[in-house]
Design a protein around this ligand. Structure first.
Ligand code: NAD
Length: 323
């Protein structure tokens, strides 16, 4: 009998890719989402799948979480309000969803006796630490309300392991990109926003001088990390957090130029679009690079797709779906 996963935030960018991935692997998937930043179009193709269920509900509603987790052996918790700037504008909403909502899902999962609770943590937890590469047990002070919420998630997961024995694994994602990532709205992530601007022959707006670096992580590496976390038989992995990245640093300027080059092959006018530089954003870190040795060693995580290979793979989706 295949196991059932409760996948919160399953209509979002990462969640919808996880839904599809685990259905393909033969799991049953119950996707819970309130469609606040997620979109039905991300999961439209899955609705007819016999092993897929969609529950429209809010993780701030504890009873809804209890109901949703029933009969699920596994939880992949992705639902959250992402974006550092949104958390600066709307700290109360961010706290309610990312902390109270997280606690609701974790407590419901604990009471229901789930086998594993794997959750989306974040590289923002490294905060103002200047150390590179980032190693899991050396973090700085949070630089935004969003980062506070993600740090609190990790602390709750650890304490719940000690108090109730629930087996948790936190995956600290580093700047994920790829298909289904929303390019629209004030709080959209940088890569789809740049692409959308190029496709509309507008100048993409780069914050700061563009020389800030990130460990941009292609979505398929994230799917692989979640699969490792759900399926590993190593009992030592629980109650811990792991960096999920490719382990390479790329500047924003490099990625924008690569996107421009690849999109220009499809539409030569894009080569003429000029880049626009704006003020650096509050709460943003200057450089980020993951040490992925712990995930390699403990989870057998072995990311295959580099940032440039990922951009090449994503470009057709951007061209077909964002235009
Ligand atoms: P996303 O906004 O596309 O997905 C989040 C999903 O959660 C959306 O479908 C949204 O509708 C849903 N959601 C939000 N509030 C909810 C609520 N109250 N009840 C039920 N559902 C709710 O974002 P994403 O990029 O796919 O992020 C997924 C997870 O990964 C989040 O926890 C995020 O903090 C984390 N993360 C993402 C990145 C990244 O680079 N994208 C990096 C680090 C961590």
């Amino acid at each position: 009998m295949s196991k059932r996963i409760l996948l919160t935030g399953g209509a979002g960018f990462i969640g919808s890719n996880l839904c599809e991935h685990f259905l393909q692997k033969g799991y049953k998937v119950r996707c819970l989402d309130n469609l606040s930043t997620g979109r039905m179009s991300n999961i439209q193709g899955l609705l007819e799948h016999p092993n897929f269920e969609f529950v429209e509900a809010d993780i701030r509603d504890f009873e809804a979480c209890v109901k949703a987790v029933q009969d699920c052996e596994l939880v992949l918790h992705q639902a959250a309000l992402g974006s550092v700037p949104r958390s600066i504008d709307r700290p109360l909403d961010t706290n309610a969803v990312n902390i109270t909502g997280f606690l609701n899902v974790l407590w419901a999962a604990t009471q229901e006796g789930v086998e594993r609770f794997v959750y989306a943590a974040s590289s923002s937890t490294y905060g103002d630490s200047k150390e590179l590469p980032k190693v899991e047990d050396r973090i700085g002070n949070p630089m935004s309300p969003y980062a506070v919420t993600k740090l609190v998630n990790e602390q709750y997961a650890k304490v719940f392991g000690q108090m109730y024995g629930i087996k948790t694994i936190g995956l600290r994602y580093f700047n994920v990109f790829g298909r289904n990532q929303d390019p629209d709205g004030a709080y959209a992530a940088a890569i789809p926003k740049f692409v959308k601007a190029f496709l509309e022959h507008r100048s993409p707006e780069i914050h700061g001088d563009g020389e800030q670096t990130r460990d941009f992580t292609y979505i398929d590496n994230v799917l692989h990390a979640n699969e490792c976390a759900l399926e590993t038989e190593n009992e030592e992995v629980f109650h811990e957090v792991y960096n999920v990245a490719f382990g390479e640093r790329t500047s924003v300027n490099q990625i924008v130029k690569k996107l421009q080059l690849l999109l220009s092959e499809k539409d030569p006018e894009i080569a003429e679009v000029e880049l626009k530089y704006a003020q650096a954003r509050k709460g943003d870190v200057r450089d980020s690079l993951a040490d992925i040795a712990k995930a390699r060693r403990m989870l057998n995580y072995n990311p295959k797709i580099s940032v440039l290979a990922g951009v090449e793979r994503a470009i057709d989706w951007y061209w077909n779906d964002l235009k």
